[in-house]
Ligand binder design. Sequence first.
Ligand SMILES: [Fe+2]
Length: 189
Amino acid sequence: MPQQELRELYIDELKDLYNAENQLVKALPKMAKAANSDELRNGFEEHLEQTKGHVQRLEQIFEMLGESPKGKKCKGMEGLIEEGSEMIEEDFEGSVRDAGLIGAAQRVEHYEIAVYGTVKAFAETLGETEHVSLIEQTLQEEKETDEKLTELAEQINSQATSEAEQGEGEDARSSKKLTTAGKSKKRVA
Ligand SMILES: [Fe+2]
């Protein structure tokens, strides 16, 4: 592939990613608001701050390239966020809702990990070493977030199971108590 064409593709992918991260900045506060457990809510809020940093790193890359970051809409992220919103609208409560939110958030993380992996490889091929280090930092944060979500899911899924075993007579408030009672010091980044 000629270098110039790869460069164009690289910029296209970065624009897509820039739009994806900005969509996520808008979606994460809604995910945080919908979370039942304090720990999950804090996790989403922390990841919101990290995501703003991801936007800034991409802006730095665009500045170095002398290109505008605007001009693309990431349909992949749009679909993932839409599925997350549908999850929020469902009737699930307590830990079951949290388990659904974690599932939606992990889909987002895996998508971002895939795209950052791609642009990192392009940046390496193009000899853009400064870009590679910025991309690598974000990629690490996305991976750490995914791992923390997995840890949180293990905890929340077992709570969801015990809530389900208690039958349908339980109201939302008592579900909430059950969820927050089991929280540990682990945090989602
Ligand atoms: Fe991100």
